[in-house]
Design a protein. Sequence first.
Length: 439
Amino acid sequence: MSNHYNVAIVGGGITGTALLFMLSKYSKVGSIALFEKYDDFATLNSNAKGNSQTMHCGDIETNYTLEKARKVKKTAFMTDHYTDMYGYKDKYHLKCTKMALGVGDEEVAYIKKRHEDFKELFPYMELWNADQIKEIEPAVLDGRKENVMAMGSHEHYPIVDWGEISKTFVKNAKDIKEDADVFLNTQIIDITKENEKFRLKTKDEEYTADFVVVDAGAHSLYFAHKMGRGMELSCLPVGGSFYYSKKNIIDSKIYTVQNPKLPFAAIHGDPDITNGRVRFGPTAPIIPKLERYKPAKIREFLTTMKFDASVVSVGFGLLKEKDIRNYLIKNLLFEIPYFGRKLFTKEVQKILPSIESKDLEFAEKVGGLRPQVIDKKNRQLLLGEARIDDGDNIIFNMTPSPGATSCLGNAYKDAKLVTDRLGIELDCDLIEKELIRDN
Ligand SMILES: Cc1cc2nc3c(=O)[nH]c(=O)nc-3n(C[C@H](O)[C@H](O)[C@H](O)COP(=O)(O)OP(=O)(O)OC[C@H]3O[C@@H](n4cnc5c(N)ncnc54)[C@H](O)[C@@H]3O)c2cc1C
């Protein structure tokens, strides 16, 4: 086996595996390899345990503006077409009722307006009053004093097991391109550039590649910094934990209205695809690590964080705002046994007023870490994805939420870059026909 590849992908989460699939199926790439350091694909954030298992298309995510929803919808539905094409519907991609719930007069007015404003983009979304909600999810009205209104739909497939989808990307890539090499238990420890080629080192081997795509979560920024790239960026790792309900009281995905001052999405209730239980979350504690539930590696964290005055300034900027300060403190407290559960119950009561703290339990070892990127030059916390690309044949992707939803959209963008720079053909017409269509 040759140790040289046209394209090497570092990281076997949903982002790296989607690119492996995209290049194997739709391009004429000569040789390709994917390196994953653990013993399976998608064991971290892309695993069903690591995230909220949602295909976020912007219809119930009240933290998305119309403009953002328009963009996200286009890439989100690429997953829908993919799971249709390969028959994964009702297996790794499930249908359920979904709704964005407004509580109290102000939020009710907001939901009505949002439904009107988003009607053209999401014509299938219905407006539901309290009686209609009661019929769909009686527990939402049980013990409720405030006025409620929801916009929702019964027609969609919003639940996705992104971990299983990652594995299907690898399987389908290998079925199409037998010689696509996939390495598990293979950690890349260093990437260097020599004579227009990139050298990737593992503990025992060395590989070279014409083009490298680093899809290694927070470690993408770690590698970029080691290579002296993306120095204007830093990373704020934001965890996300969940609580399980002991009773299966809802069947729908129920999202709440976002406080516009807060940087992360409000908690929601979701049926868990792996066990059918109802999960609430995610919380948003800041955790000084690059991988959740793995031993902390301080040197990697500090290399990635690039701590300096501008990072402190972003931190102070966030803490200065009372709503954000309280939110960050509250989210740390949610992690504390017993007290955290009591506090978290108050959040869940916005969705289910009669739920009690004894009905909830902390979901152990469930949840992931979002590598939120800080733009140090503009002293700003970036909420979406970030790509470091300085025109060379190496790119680094950081993909906080909704990174799983945009996996095929990101893979398409990266595939265009890779094939364009290497002078390889990419069948954009077939991609548009099979994965984009009328999104
Ligand atoms: C609590 C929470 C809820 C979320 N909910 C949603 C949601 O509902 N919908 C949604 O769309 N998104 C959601 N997200 C975001 C989504 O989970 C991520 O955007 C997505 O999983 C990122 O995928 P990835 O492949 O880029 O990174 P990861 O899944 O983190 O994968 C990176 C891979 O790189 C590997 N790697 C790292 N370093 C090396 C190395 N040196 N050598 C080899 N391999 C390496 C890792 O082992 C890992 O497998 C959520 C995230 C969190 C934390």
